[in-house]
Design a protein. Sequence first.
Length: 260
Amino acid sequence: MAVLNWVIFAALPLPPPVVLIHGILGTPGSLETWRAALLTTRDVFVPPVAGPFGWTMNMSRQCEQLAQEINDWTADVPEVDLVGFSQGGLLGRCVVEERALSAKVRKLVTVATPHGGLYYELCPGCTPPAYTVDPFDIERFEKNNKFLAPLNNQGPMSSTRRADALARLSLFAMAWSKTDGLLNPPETAAFGSFCPVDSRSKSLPLRVCGLNQTAAYRALALKNVVMRTARFDCTHAEITAPDCINRQGGLLEIVSSWLD
């Protein structure tokens, strides 16, 4: 009987391996708790995004290098799941939308990722990352931004291929937190969109945002894409902390349920 059970167990298909993508200023070591937790059920790869100083590199170049690292690591497997944290979620999307990996990526999960961009006034005087946006001047954002605007199908570089690439995923899932003090607004992590109202920035769910300028963004999100969202109760800095990950109903339960 023991031999029979072993044969049956050995015949079961293994789940796809997972690539964990760290955020800006992160390292593979910062995702060690995540790696160890997921390693119990599948292979896990945590690439050093563009090397130890990758946060200074052009985002499109980071995307290109990450895609090559994923291709090299998964050369012998047909499918892979991606889990991106903060900025890493945007790089995961870029790998799928821009680097022709959508045929290999089964699921894309993002945690605290600024899909709709960060309101640029969050960091006055700073050199802003490539995913900042002024919700009161969408036209300038669409014209000048070379990373997030194309990724969100906005501006002159818009293309239906991006929505088609996302639609090939079996799941595109996003975890977000109302207490995320870094993302402005927090709903950007759930594919929310900026909707300036009465001279102030107000974020509304993507599907009810009334701005015509976000029509391409809405089309990208809604075109045959299987999407899920879930809310967790941690700050941005806690998304790699063991307590936030392992607590009952915490991030590990949420992400693992999506990867199953």
